[in-house]
Design a protein around this ligand. Structure first.
Ligand code: NAD
Ligand code: DAU
Length: 352
């Protein structure tokens, strides 16, 4: 598998996966296939855009002709599928967009891979990136999601991801398509769109704006530094077993409120503000409808079978993340103003 299609490579996690593969595998061809929705930003990849083993193709996973063309043109033999609508709050206001991309887009990609590979699965691999949210919610006082936990999605986002996961497994079981699925916990790190908790709050602290904590802030998430996720994807893509599912997690559970206090401490320190100066910005707002109480991942299968484990502690990851956003205020200003959408035009000389 040397000609790899990475869908959603201009997004948050996708851009870290693209960078890792482009740098680590100079003899591979890495094709970044991305529709460039509001969440796709080629500026995330400015440091690798000139590499000879990298190319970008603008396209929609819901369009089978575009997918087939890119697969044939680049003789694709491996797919790492990250393209998705990814934000839970947006799924509550526009669930159809999530069904379109996460269900129909995934199905279109599967069907096209099946057609193009024509039943010759040797050396082929379809790797689907999913989320721990498909498993539903855990109580505060214990338990973890394992690979055999029953699916129980609550938001339109997690329902659409669950449906995509089921189609991927159905294509393996029905047609023998060589698939792998992973379900990962909350990622954080550079280049995450500032609608998600951590970059949104860093940006708001930077501008002295309110920090909207949903409900009481008691919901718990398990945080994983994005480069550790990219390393896990590399490991699983190359050494994971066909037909298997692997959970990926950081083992860093935090209530939202505890996380926000940590974030304020780190950001205030790096901005040279007195300790706790931004605490006053915390504002409790109405809870997210259907808000899952707690997620926690048991990633022991991945550790045991493939030897992967996170390398970045939460303290170190948070420090790196806050430093990155404060040092890249221009990136934050571009994505919040929409100016990043012009990057494609500057790079390719015409509009996207
Ligand atoms: P993101 O929203 O930052 O990026 C998504 C990318 O997909 C964007 O570049 C966007 O332009 C592209 N895209 C959207 N619709 C497309 C379409 N129809 N055709 C082609 N490209 C399209 O998302 P992310 O946070 O990087 O998440 C990537 C994947 O990882 C998603 O599948 C998500 O469900 C999964 N995931 C995310 C997290 C997390 O914490 N962010 C955790 C577990 C799993
Ligand atoms: O668990 C994996 C999932 O993590 C991924 O599949 C999703 O793509 C990703 O967006 C993320 O989902 P969450 O809903 O957990 O992430 P978000 O950053 O939106 O919210 C994290 C927690 O913070 C959640 O409990 C809601 C809360 N929150 C979020 C925002 C944006 C707030 O309290 N205030 C906010 O303004």
């Amino acid at each position: 598998m040397k000609h790899i299609l990475i869908t959603g490579g201009a997004g948050f996690i996708g851009s870290h996966v693209v960078r890792l593969f482009v740098r680590k595998y100079p003899d591979y061809r890495i094709v970044n296939f991305d529709k460039l929705t509001y969440a796709g930003n080629l500026e995330n990849l400015s440091d690798v855009e000139q590499c000879p083993n990298y190319c970008f193709v603008k396209g929609d996973i819901c369009d089978s002709e575009q997918v087939e063309a890119v697969m044939r043109q680049h003789a694709i033999d491996g797919i790492i599928h990250l393209a998705a609508e990814s934000h839970v709050d947006r799924s509550i206001t526009d669930p159809l967009a999530f069904a379109r991309t996460n269900v129909l887009g995934t199905l279109t990609l599967l069907q096209t891979a099946r057609t193009v590979w024509g039943g010759d699965w040797e050396g082929r691999r379809f790797y689907h990136i999913s989320t721990d949210e498909v498993y539903g919610a855990l109580p505060l006082d214990g338990g973890c999601f394992t690979e055999t936990t029953r699916y129980d999605p609550h938001s339109p986002y997690s329902a659409s991801k669950a449906s995509g996961d089921h189609f991927v497994r159905a294509f393996h079981d029905t047609y023998g398509l060589p698939t792998i699925v992973t379900n990962c916990s909350n990622n954080y790190g550079p280049c995450q769109f500032p609608e998600k908790l951590i970059p949104l709050f860093i940006n708001n602290i930077r501008h002295n704006r309110p920090l909207p904590v949903y409900g009481r802030g008691e919901n718990v998430r398990d945080w994983l530094y994005v480069e550790d996720h990219a390393r896990a994807i590399d490991t699983i893509f190359h050494r994971g077993c066909i037909g298997e599912t692997y959970n990926i997690g950081g083992g860093n559970e935090r209530s939202n409120l505890a996380l926000v206090h940590e974030l304020i401490r780190t950001t205030d320190r790096l901005l040279g503000r007195p300790e706790g100066a931004s605490e006053r910005l915390i504002t409790h707002v109405a809870d997210r409808p259907g808000h899952d109480l707690r997620y926690a991942i048991d990633a022991s299968k991945l550790r045991r079978e493939l030897g992967w484990q996170p390398e970045v502690t939460f303290g170190e990851g948070l420090e790196r993340t806050v430093r990155w956003y404060l040092a890249n205020g221009a990136w934050l200003d571009h994505v919040t103003s929409g100016a990043y959408e012009c990057y494609y035009e500057r790079m390719y000389g015409h509009r996207a």
